[in-house]
Design a protein around this ligand. Structure first.
Ligand code: NAD
Ligand code: UD1
Length: 340
């Protein structure tokens, strides 16, 4: 299939391009580079062994330019990663988050339907479950109250896409609810490249390990978890990328609406991650206990059985692979991608 990959220069999109080509698909990337670097696409092409990935530096909200891209290429499906994703920033700038994420998706879907491309895989998040009603979380678990505008954009866009499919059954909509994406490609050539101080655990750990930050703050050790620190379902980004290829097969089978948790089914605490990082990589990660972070929940991990049964997808990589590959990327690229 020929796939439109929005946000393809970003963390998850860049890894997904490699899995798409490995499975025999081709891709065209649309990204405004608001949170990414074109060097990622160069390196992806090197890894795949092609000259370049077709790329348009275009904002999804630019209806006219998006139209032109659809006139130039024929797409069988779209994998829609493009969006703003920083939770804290979304609290400070809710209008910008709603406008970018929701308007961007509405423009995309409008252009898609005009050009007869009615297959979409959407990057959703475990955040739509709020403080989950059950652990492990199955797809039957009711959606919850999000604690920030970023989360609400995911929850609302799930609804928008499902309503569009119900009104026009020619659409196939796959909602992938990612748990905690971490790790990097085994080559160490592409990985997560956060701007400024990382908000998320894994990039913070690697930046402490490489000497860019003094110590990790562990946000709370009084949660009702085995060691008191927060428990999450960390999924290797290469596994997550592969889930998108499996989701394309569901689209080929005309799945209608498909909703899947994409996680490992295992929960690890903050200290589990720190200790695995130290053990596997032989590098120290100084840390101290800090107060809880507002909006955090104690435990979040999924039951991935539905993805296994219906998509024939399951995670292949474990916590040791995750900490090894995250470190491999960070130490080869202490400052992330070079400035262009
Ligand atoms: P990322 O920021 O690395 O990638 C997103 C890409 O979208 C960036 O390259 C950015 O430049 C681009 N973009 C943003 N707005 C755009 C617009 N209006 N037009 C064109 N391009 C635009 O993020 P990621 O970690 O790769 O996440 C990909 C998707 O998965 C996002 O939708 C994110 O919300 C979702 N998600 C991520 C996580 C995570 O922890 N990384 C977890 C759950 C869901
Ligand atoms: C966060 C987002 C969530 C988003 C997800 C994507 C919040 C509140 N939630 O989830 O909406 O979908 O990223 O991956 O931001 N931790 C520390 N010290 C740090 C950073 C994190 O102790 O410096 C702890 C957190 O308290 C948590 C765990 O590490 O227990 C994981 O945190 P993080 O990587 O930020 O992910 P989530 O909070 O699960």
């Amino acid at each position: 299939m020929n796939i439109l990959v929005t946000g393809g220069a970003g963390f998850i999109g860049s890894h997904t391009l490699i899995e798409l080509y490995a499975a025999g698909h081709t891709a065209v990337v649309v990204d405004n580079l608001s949170n990414s670097n074109p060097v990622a696409l160069k390196r992806v092409a090197e890894i795949i062994g092609i000259e370049s990935i077709p790329f348009h530096k275009v904002d999804l909200r630019d209806h006219e330019r998006l139209e032109r891209i659809f006139e130039e290429h024929r797409f069988n499906a779209c994998i829609h990663f493009a969006g703003l994703k920083a939770v804290g920033e979304s609290v400070e700038k809710p209008w910008e988050y709603y406008e970018n994420n929701i308007n961007g998706t509405l423009v995309l879907v409008d252009v898609m339907r005009k050009h007869g491309c009615k297959n979409i895989i959407f990057s959703s998040s475990a955040t739509v479950y709020g403080d989950p009603a059950e652990i492990p979380i199955t797809e039957n678990c009711p959606k919850g109250q999000c604690t920030n505008p970023y989360g609400w954009t995911k929850s609302m866009l799930e609804q928008v896409l499902m309503d569009i499919q119900r009104a026009d059954p020619e659409w196939n909509v796959v909602l992938l609810r990612y748990f905690n994406p971490v790790g990097a490609h085994q080559s160490g050539r592409i990985g997560e490249n956060p701007n400024g101080i990382p908000n998320n655990l894994m990039p913070y750990i690697t930046q402490v390990a490489v000497g860019k930050r003094k110590e990790l703050g562990v946000f709370g050790n009084d949660y009702p978890t085995p060691d008191g620190t927060g428990v999450r379902d960390y999924i290797h980004v290469v596994d997550l990328a592969a889930a998108h290829v499996c989701a394309l097969q569901a689209i080929a089978r005309r799945c209608g609406i498909g909703i899947y948790n994409v996680g490992t089914g295992h929960g690890y605490s903050v200290l589990d991650m720190v200790n695995a990082f130290i053990r596997v990589n032989g590098v120290d990660v100084p840390y101290s206990i800090k107060p809880r972070r507002a909006g955090d929940i104690a435990t979040c991990y999924c039951d991935p059985a539905k993805a296994k049964a219906e998509l024939d997808w399951e995670a292949q990589y474990g916590i040791d692979d995750i900490v090894r590959d995250s470190w491999n990327w960070q130490r080869q690229n202490p400052d992330g991608y070079p400035a262009v």
